[in-house]
Design a protein around this ligand. Structure first.
Ligand code: HEM
Ligand code: SF4
Ligand code: SF4
Length: 531
């Protein structure tokens, strides 16, 4: 998959960086694609209800009622019709780009297969809803779509007789056809809403609403488009003539030319293979399966912090399996755990300030335990030299931190920057392992594991437990959220950070040979306190 994902990812990164010039980072449309698709759904639903009030079912009435809306009541029903059309197109656009981006960013494997696979029927339902909408207008485009679709379906050996025959003459059609299409056009979006709910079942705190400014901006764009370039019909359907030239809505009807150029069987084969590829994609190589997070009841007090921080609803509280005096303990569902390690950093037991002993925590990643992190930190810091010794801690998905290592810069990589307990920053600074700590990772607002950056910043800013102690001078900590292509930016920020560190008052250097470190040591960091 890498050869396909890498160029796609580079393209997304480039476009995202370009959009960041125009939008504030949190408004970047590429970071809000699912939420924007949802927003389009609501515009389609509201405008659809309004348009339905004026829509008449019937062979001639349908077209006439849509014409009435478009021309006689252009200022309201006409605008609503256009909004309905353009928001539907927007939904397809945002959905397809959202799907491509999740693929490019490798966010569809492992336990995320569920969200990906439930996206596949969403694709189908959105397209079905749109196509049934085009039939309802009963203009030349509807005639083309009706005949092409029924001829295509006739290839399947499931209908007793040809359904395309219904469109040979006007006499072979009756008003019940419109009632059926209306039913499909309303039922499919309702089923879609249900599947969207299922789609988000494994994602904790899903962002289903775009930032207000982005929502207002995109609505105004649709409104402007509706006023300047209103949606119109393409002349009444006439079954006595063949539709030879028709304007297609490429968002919904992009596959229709294939029905004209290929045989129906080939198009069925193409669509089926495409659907199957999408469904099996999460299980295609390379498969990486590190062990899921594990709870150690001996160090879990049942505080629920890990449950609150887990981005994938993989943690529940369950009854104690030991005799400890707490009511509950954390329980991880390995089939939902994406191995980000965010929970290990949430746990109040995750402290490196343990005299002599191991870092023993309530929850940890067996493949990347915090005890190893503490050791790695001490080891790499031991080789640092210079006036501004910097420890850069990054993640396996963001900017590659190893690329900036030098005699004065040591680099450590975690599964996610959210895997770093704030007490480890305190440890590095107060034990004089480094003069400053720089945290690096995915692009801001776009953490691969959704909340790694957000929780880290909130913990450091002391807005979320476990909080960074106030004794850590804030100037000795810096961030660089620049994403995988951001090595140069990281280098620049490290140089600037080093200058700031050099300008700070000098601290007494701790020499291990001189005895214990100067900073206070704490046995077990009390929950959320400054200690
Ligand atoms: C109208 C269509 C769709 C809507 C409204 C929608 C909406 C969303 C939303 C709101 C999220 C959560 C984003 C977050 O808070 O991090 C999400 C996640 C996701 N969607 Fe969709 N989606 C749609 C279609 C699809 C399709 C067609 C696919 C792929 C076949 C797909 C694949 C995914 C995946 C893999 C995630 C999980 C990302 C992660 O684990 O971080 N979605 N979607
Ligand atoms: S590693 Fe922890 S936070 Fe991450 S998904 Fe697994 S249980 Fe949740
Ligand atoms: S954060 Fe730690 S102590 Fe709290 S419930 Fe989770 S594992 Fe237990």
């Amino acid at each position: 998959m890498r050869p396909v994902q890498a160029p796609l990812r580079a393209a997304f990164d480039g476009i995202e960086a370009g959009l960041n010039i125009v939008f504030p980072p949190s408004w970047n449309p590429l970071r809000n694609l699912g939420a924007l698709a949802f927003f389009m759904y609501w515009i389609v639903a509201v405008s659809g209800i309004y348009v339905y009030i004026f829509f008449d079912t019937g062979l001639t009435e349908a077209y006439d009622s849509v014409e009435y809306m478009t021309h006689d009541q252009w200022y309201l029903a006409g605008v609503m019709r256009s909004l309905h059309r353009y928001a539907s197109d927007g939904m397809v656009l945002f959905m397809l780009v959202h799907m491509l981006r999740e693929f490019a960013l490798d966010r569809y494997r492992g336990p995320r297969w569920f969200t990906w696979v439930t996206g596949v029927p969403i694709l189908l339902l959105v397209i079905m809803a749109g196509i049934s909408g085009y039939w309802l207008v009963w203009d030349r485009l509807a005639q083309y779509v009706a005949i092409a679709t029924t001829e295509w379906f006739d290839w399947l050996p499931i209908f007793g007789q040809s359904i395309a025959r219904n469109f040979l003459t006007t006499d072979s059609l009756d008003d019940r056809f419109f009632t059926l299409m209306i039913f499909i056009h309303i039922a499919v979006p309702l089923i879609l809403l249900f599947i969207l709910w299922v789609h988000l079942q494994r994602v904790s705190r899903p962002e289903i609403n775009p930032p207000r400014g982005l929502a207002i901006g995109s609505f105004l764009m649709l409104l402007g488009l509706s006023l300047v370039y209103p949606a119109v019909s393409q002349g009444p359907a006439d079954l006595s003539t063949v539709v030879s030239v028709v304007g297609l809505d490429w968002f919904y009807l992009g596959l229709y030319p294939l029905v004209d150029y290929w045989s129906s069987g080939t198009v069925w084969g193409f669509v089926t293979v495409l659907g199957l590829i999408l469904i099996v994609l999460p299980w295609m190589p390379p498969m990486r399966r590190a062990p899921a997070a594990q709870v150690d009841p001996a160090h879990c007090n049942g505080c629920t912090w890990c449950l609150l921080d887990c981005p994938y609803n993989a943690i529940e509280m369950g009854p104690r399996t030991d005799n400890a005096a707490f009511d509950q303990q954390a329980v991880v569902d390995p089939s939902l755990c994406v191995r980000c390690g965010i929970c290990a950093a949430s746990c109040p037991s995750s402290t490196p300030f343990r005299k002599g002993g191991e870092v023993l925590t309530g929850i940890d990643l067996p493949g990347s335990p915090l005890n190893d992190l503490r050791q790695r930190m001490v080891d790499v810091a031991g080789s640092l030299s210079g006036d501004a010794r910097i420890l850069v801690i990054g993640c396996g998905r963001g900017v590659p931190v190893d690329s900036v290592a030098s005699p004065s810069v040591a680099a450590l990589t975690l599964p996610c920057v959210g895997n770093l307990p704030p007490s480890f920053v305190d440890f590095a600074v107060s034990r004089d392992l480094a003069d400053g700590v720089m945290l690096a990772g995915c692009r801001d607002g776009d953490c691969h594991f959704r909340f790694g950056i957000r929780w880290t910043e909130e913990r450091v800013d002391r807005e979320r437990d476990p909080r960074l102690r106030v004794r850590v001078p804030r100037g000795r900590l810096a961030y660089c959220w620049s994403g995988p292509g951001g090595s140069r930016r990281l280098q620049r920020e490290i140089t600037a950070f080093a200058e700031r560190l050099k300008a700070m008052p000098k601290r007494p250097r701790w020499e291990p040979a001189a005895g214990p470190p100067p900073a206070p040591t704490v046995e077990l960091e009390p929950t959320g306190s400054d200690g």
